[in-house]
Structures are given as C-alpha cells and as structure tokens.
Ligand binder design. Structure first.
Ligand SMILES: NC(=O)c1ccc[n+]([C@@H]2O[C@H](COP(=O)([O-])OP(=O)(O)OC[C@H]3O[C@@H](n4cnc5c(N)ncnc54)[C@H](O)[C@@H]3O)[C@@H](O)[C@H]2O)c1
Length: 340
C-alpha cells in the first residue's frame, strides 16, 4: 500500500500555541511541520520546547533545523510575514500563532509568499474568508477559503456551549465572563502599556479585560448575533481557564438537569471536542486537556424563573488540537477536489 504524503505545515510564532502544535504534529502520522518563523533564536526556541514536552530528548537542534523522528523543520529568525519565503518549503498551509498579524494585509503576505492558505490562531481583526470552529461549522468550509481563523480558545468554548444549548432551548440573551489564565502579553510587574488595567501586574491581580468574542459570534452562530455580552477576568493562574456563562431562557420550566443532559448529549456527539465533568475539579485539573469545552455539571445553577448559570473549563492545548483539525479539514477538501 502506498503511504500518504503528510500535510506540510508552516508555523509563524513558536510560542505556547506554536510549540503545542509542533508537539501534537510530531505525535501524529499525517502532519509534518516543515518550517517555523519566529523572532526567537533557534537555541532558545528549542530550549523552550524541551522544557515543556514529555520526552524532550526526541527533539534535537541540528543547526537551524528542529528535528525529531517525524519532521525536520527549518527555524527562521523572521519578524514579518512578508519576509518568510514559504514557497521554498512547499507548505500546504501556514498557521500564524504570533497573535500579532490578525489583519488581512498580513495574511495576504503569507499567501503572496507561497502559502496556499493561512490559518490564524486567534480571531481576525478584519473580515476574512471563514472562521471555522470544529464541532460547530466545519461543514461550511469551502475549498476556495484562503484566509481562515479557528477563532480563539474562548470563542470556541463559548460557541460550542451556546450551540449545544441553543439546539435544545430558546435562549433570549446572556453574558460570558472567561476567568482566564494570564497570557504572555501581560506584564509581570506594573508596567505602562496601552491599557490602564492591563498595565498592572499579572502575577498579583484579577484584571478585568474586554473580550472580542461577542463581535464575531454572529459570524459563527447567527442566532446569537448581538445577544451575548463577553468579557474576561485575567487571573494569576498560569494555565486553565473557566467560562462562566449566564443565560436568560425564554421558558421558565428549563431545569438544571435538562441543561446538564443537553451537554452530555453534545459530548456524546463530539467526544473529541466536548466533555462533561461530574467531579468537583479546579483549574489545574484541566491542564493538558485536549478538549475545547469541558462542561462542569456541578456548576449549573438556576436563579429565579429564567436565569441559568453554567461553568465550563478549557485550556490552550485544546485549541492547538483544533487548529490541526482545521488543517486536516482543508486538506481533505483539497484531496476531494483533486479526486473529482
Ligand atoms: N495562550 C492563551 O491562552 C491565549 C489566549 C488568548 C489570546 N492569546 C494570544 O494568542 C497569541 C498566541 O498565543 P501564545 O500563547 O502562543 O502566545 P506566545 O506569546 O507564547 O507566543 C507568541 C510567539 O510569537 C512570536 N512572535 C511575536 N512576534 C512575532 C513576530 N513579529 N514575528 C515572528 N514571531 C513573533 C513570539 O516570539 C512567541 O514565540 C498571543 O498574542 C496571545 O496573547 C493567547
């Protein structure tokens, strides 16, 4: 039997997400990371990767190549998409996980430099071809999509929760607060930044923050357009996030157990993406969880006749796994087109 050629992936931004993508790809049998662009030095990128994976000895630095038994990825010290020659590496897709280049003009630079598609790790800043959330709208993708986003970890978790409940119950409106692990763009000590509260130390504060999910929800789930307020509280926790969602239900007779049952049914439909936890877990228990949404059955409560509050857990690894799901989705589309 002939072996299928792996999907050739380029990564720009070898931070937490980029490294998780690399590690997941290195353990897959269908994806090969062939080039990585980052402002960091190869020695430091290799060092950071090895500091967090289970078998660091698998990953060797050979000159400017990051090598393991699955792939040989060229590390390029580059800071702009326009400078990265993706065509040399014959990539099928580039994942931009810098968080810096969310505008169309930068995505276009990836395409002009030979990437057939570019997939953003986070929400875009402009209108792009598609926002794809596995488990939700994967069937909407088109082979013509070039500029794609897989949403953010928070947006995916929220959209999956709303769609699972919205399929069963009429929801008037609601609000989401993500109690979010600190991110690398926050300062450890008080440090003047572009925003007042985000200029305060991430290590010792609960920092109220805006969240863009509400702006894009209508693109992913039109029924919820303009109905959900979103915000964040960044807390001094390194990994593990909690989605606190309050919903106003149209019918007063929706009970807690019906909500939990709807989520158990959603988890049964999408076991690799949604889970339900019945145990009294805390944030560190979700570190390393590859799901996009872990619904907390013990967290569901009802207030008055129509208000339901839910809790769900997630962390960045689940989002890295979904990014690779999106890579596979487009590859399958290309193959179908080639076969037709
Ligand atoms: N991790 C999370 O939970 C989370 C949540 C929401 C948003 N984000 C955002 O998503 C983005 C990626 O997440 P992450 O956790 O992997 O972040 P990260 O900071 O760990 O990684 C970003 C990587 O991109 C590289 N980079 C930065 N500017 C670059 C440039 N101009 N050219 C090339 N490389 C560049 C950095 O060196 C770093 O390796 C960040 O902007 C982050 O703030 C992350």
């Amino acid at each position: 039997m002939t072996q299928r050629a792996p999907i050739r992936v380029g990564i720009m931004g070898f931070g937490q997400t980029g490294r998780q993508i690399f590690e997941l790809a290195s353990r897959s049998d269908d994806i090969e990371v062939v080039a990585i662009a980052d402002i960091g030095k190869p020695e430091i990128l290799h060092y950071l990767l090895c500091s967090e994976v289970e078998q660091p000895e698998r990953h060797r630095l050979e000159g400017n190549f990051l090598v393991n038994e699955r792939c040989r990825a060229r590390l390029m010290e580059i800071d702009r998409p326009a400078e990265m020659p993706w065509d040399i590496f014959g990539v099928d897709i580039v994942i931009d996980s810098t968080g810096k280049y969310r505008e169309r003009e930068f995505m276009a630079s990836h395409l002009q430099n030979g990437a057939p598609r570019v997939l953003l790790r986070t929400l875009p800043a402009d209108h792009i071809d598609r926002i794809v959330i596995p488990g939700l709208n994967a069937d909407s993708v088109s082979v013509d999509d070039r500029m794609i986003s897989a949403g953010s970890a928070t947006t995916s978790a929220l959209a999956l929760l709303l769609s699972s409940l919205g399929d069963r119950f009429a929801i008037e409106c609601g609000s989401m607060t993500t109690i979010h692990a600190f991110t690398s763009d926050q300062a450890l000590q008080d440090y003047a930044g572009s925003d007042f509260r985000r200029s305060r130390s991430a290590a010792k504060n609960i920092i109220p923050n805006t969240h863009e999910a509400s702006l894009w929800l209508g693109h992913i789930l039109p029924a919820f357009d303009g109905k959900i307020l979103t915000s964040a509280l960044n807390v001094p926790v390194q990994e593990g996030c909690l989605l606190d969602v309050n919903l106003i239900m149209r019918d007063a007779d929706v009970e807690v157990e019906q909500i939990n049952e709807a989520m158990r049914a959603a988890a049964a439909r999408h076991p690799d993406i949604i889970g339900v936890v019945e145990d009294p877990i805390v944030s560190s228990d979700v570190i390393g969880n590859p799901l996009s949404l872990l619904f907390d059955a013990k967290g569901t409560i009802k207030a008055g006749a129509n208000t339901v509050k839910t809790l769900s857990w997630y962390e960045n690894l689940g989002h890295a796994a979904r990014l690779l799901d999106v890579v596979r989705l487009y590859h399958a589309l290309d193959q179908q087109q080639e076969a037709a």
